[in-house]
Write a protein that binds this ligand. Structure first.
Ligand SMILES: Nc1nc2c(ncn2[C@@H]2O[C@H](COP(=O)(O)OP(=O)(O)O)[C@@H](O)[C@H]2O)c(=O)[nH]1
Ligand SMILES: [Mg+2]
Length: 710
């Protein structure tokens, strides 16, 4: 059966790992009678966590598409992993969802994962409801959790429910929207509705009025009626809430115990009654400008938000229909690469179970298989229409490892496997680094990379080792040096002769011409790896013919590419060629190039050579109690603290540190803080390596060369 756009609700479950998203999803499916038995995360039998890796780890790694029906609505539910290693899954799920459901754990309140995800909720301007879960836990603390949420996310966080008896015996919720009390039977499920007890009437009424006022606030008509009548009719209240939620003016708060199956029915009811349908969200933005309204009568536009490869099946593509109707058998054209694709079968999905359907309408989310050449972030339309939904933007990688197979012969196989995974996972970047002569994997965290490794080994049968990536050092000089070099070879017939006199200096923008030299020609090149080479031709009186200038420069460039200290790129150097000698027969380009290489090497060594290393800006957010440990650890990493800022019960640390000291920082930080910190990383600049470390690096390079030549 196919659902009308106005009866579709797309929700994404978000929250810190362990908040109870997967368990909550399970109770939604159970309460809506989509499944007959509730699985448990611990027993590895939930609908959402269905992969082997998830069973082994005991938590979600991938986003999972589920669906159920509640009253008139089909609710598509995307369960997401909470770890920031898998933030890509949060981004893609938020892209296609119309309402975010943020789960808070009543025993731990607002956590680092909550904070991280909030950034994305704001970025996507997603209508959001909060669910305070685990109210049955002996340490459940509703008031503190609510207070933290209001402190962090503002007064738009407004409770619709509060628990009467949070803790081990939890079974009662006061609902201040309906002004009723829900009392659940022992096994959960459908609650009994009772009047609000006298002792709670004042509190409930005050909360009800706050809710009504907030709902009226953003609509002039409602505000007037509110002032006239002192309250709002149920219809007006529902309308006010709809508008306020769609516009992110209210983030309502609900109560729940997922394991005891208490509360999910009311939340699904609210999603059905009040949360926006896909057509009630702002029109989708198109790449290159313009927007596309979610209209079932329009041309069909399908956006792929996720692809995975499944054994036996091949490519599985998850999509949202942004406009029109998609029918099984339809042929559409990929607007990104012009491939014609047939949607042979359409499915709706509950984890690993897929059910075929004949058609899906604008706003709905579905699955298809066996598309030939269509990947995440691409859009398909009928032939002749090439609109593209604005693609998703994923965060920059935060960890890098070099990979190699234990057996060198497996390299090709490994690359193929990694390519396939990188194609599915936009947060994984595979790089063949010419500079470092290593294959690099950039990801969101060590856990992310471990999962990739696990998948490669399991599905492709290739093993791989993670090794520390080399660091892309740079070389430069700190003072001026003059040198001359004579290249002379007499072998039988024609000989080789060239003599070059050069001066090298540190280059900086706008520096005056060198004293005592007459500059005939200046070339300033931007180097492909950053920094500059200034090349000055200062030959007067023709001691070297100008035709050899480019050979001399070529010699210099060859050393700039492979610096004299450690073989790294050189940058920000000015070379002036001011004298030399030629031989009428034996001088040629080759001779001048060789002379120039030697002259440069010698001059460089005498010019206070300095290694530079990449420095990164770090931003760390951690809870108060782990701040000391985080700072202590930073001190062992040659980090410089630039600033600190406290933000609720969180501390923000801004620091700079050399990349060489940040290998696997994500996992250190996680174990140091038990997951109560997050960080981001951005390249800042190159800066000088301390002397003792420079000496060690030079020695290591010498040893490497000696080994290569032995
Ligand atoms: N006591 C209690 N435990 C819960 C509740 N919801 C989930 N849990 C437990 O919390 C753990 C994490 O749950 P899970 O659904 O995997 O959390 P997720 O990481 O947010 O998907 C599991 O051991 C669940 O059994 C709840 O409402 N009450
Ligand atoms: Mg989960």
């Amino acid at each position: 059966m196919s659902f009308d756009t106005k009866h579709i609700r797309n929700v994404v479950l978000l929250g810190h790992p362990g908040a109870g998203k997967t368990t909550f999803a399970e109770t939604m499916l159970f309460e809506s009678k989509t499944i007959g038995r509730r699985g448990k995360v611990e027993e590895g039998n939930t609908v959402s966590d269905y992969t082997d890796i998830e069973h082994e780890r005991g938590n979600s790694i991938f986003s999972t598409l589920l669906h159920d029906t509640w009253k008139e609505s089909k609710i598509n539910v995307i369960d997401t992993p909470g770890f920031d290693d898998f933030v890509g899954e949060v981004v893609s799920s938020l892209k296609v969802a119309d309402t975010a459901v943020m789960l808070l754990n009543a025993k731990s309140g607002v956590e680092v994962g909550t904070e991280l995800i909030w950034e994305y909720i704001e970025r996507f301007k997603a209508p959001t409801i909060f669910v305070i879960n685990q109210l049955d836990h002996e340490k459940a603390d509703y008031d503190t959790t609510l207070e933290q949420a209001r402190n962090r996310f503002g007064h738009r966080v407004i409770p619709i429910q509060y628990p009467l008896n949070a803790g081990t015996g939890f079974n009662t919720i006061v609902d201040v929207l309906r002004m009723t009390t829900y009392v659940f039977p022992a096994g959960g499920g459908k609650p009994e509705k009772k009047p609000i007890p006298d002792s709670e009437k004042d509190r409930a009424l005050a909360m009800h009025n706050a809710l009504v006022e907030a709902a009226a606030e953003n609509e002039e008509g409602l505000m007037e009626r509110f002032f006239e009548q002192g309250t709002l009719s149920e219809e007006d209240l529902a309308m006010g809430l709809r508008i306020a939620i769609a516009n992110q003016q209210i983030f309502p708060v609900f109560c729940c115990s997922s394991t005891n199956n208490m509360g999910s029915g009311r939340i699904m009811g609210f999603i059905n009654d009040v949360c926006p349908s896909p057509a009630e969200r702002p029109a989708a933005e198109l790449e290159g400008g313009g927007t596309l309204a979610c209209d079932p009568a329009g041309d069909t536009t399908v956006f792929i938000y996720k692809t995975v490869t499944e054994p036996k099946v091949g490519t599985v593509s998850y999509f949202k229909i942004y406009s029109g109707v998609l029918r099984a058998g339809d042929e559409l054209v990929n607007a990104n690469n012009r491939t014609a694709e047939r949607f042979g079968q359409l499915y709706i999905s509950n984890g690993k179970d897929r059910e075929p359907v004949n058609e899906l309408r604008a706003g709905d989310i579905g699955v298809t298989v066996k598309l030939k050449n269509t990947h995440t972030n691409q859009t398909l339309n009928p032939k002749g229409n090439d609109r593209r939904i604005e693609p998703m933007h994923f965060p920059d990688p935060r960890v890098t490892v070099a990979v190699q197979p234990p057996n060198k012969n497996d390299m090709e196989k490994l690359m193929k496997a990694l390519h396939a995974i990188a194609e599915e996972d936009p947060t994984l970047i595979l790089e063949q680094s010419q500079t470092l002569k290593q294959t690099l994997l950039h990801g969101q965290g060590q856990l992310h990379l471990e999962i990739v490794k696990n998948r490669v080994e399991r599905t492709q049968g290739v093993t791989m080792d993670f090794i520390r990536p080399r660091i892309a050092y740079r070389e430069t000089i700190t003072k001026m040096a003059n040198t001359m070099y004579r290249h002379k070879k007499q072998t039988g017939g024609a000989g080789q002769f060239a003599e070059v006199h050069m001066r090298i200096e540190p280059f900086h923008e706008g520096m005056p011409n060198p004293s005592e030299l007459t500059v005939k020609n200046t070339e300033i090149d931007n180097l492909p790896w950053g920094g500059k080479l200034a090349y000055l031709w200062c030959i007067v009186g023709g001691s070297i013919d100008a035709k050899f200038s480019s050979a001399i420069k070529k010699g210099i460039m060859s050393k700039m590419e492979e610096g004299p200290l450690t073989g790294s790129y050189c940058q920000d150097i000015r070379v002036s060629i001011f004298d030399g000698k030629m031989h009428p027969v034996d001088s040629n380009d080759m001779a001048f190039m060789l002379a120039s290489i030697q002259a440069f090497r010698e001059a460089f060594t005498n010019a206070g050579p300095q290694l530079l290393e990449p420095i990164y800006n770090l931003e760390i957010l951690c809870s108060d109690d782990v701040m000391g440990d985080v700072m202590g650890d930073l001190q062992t990493r040659r980090a410089i603290i630039l600033g600190m800022d406290s933000d609720g019960h969180y501390q923000k640390i801004i620091a700079r540190a050399p990349l060489a000291e940040l290998y696997m920082y994500s996992s250190t930080l996680r174990s140091l803080t038990q997951g109560r910190a997050k960080f981001s990383l951005k390249f800042s600049e190159y800066s000088p390596v301390p002397n003792d470390i420079q000496q060690k690096l030079i020695e290591a390079h010498k040893a490497e060369l000696a080994e290569a030549h032995s």
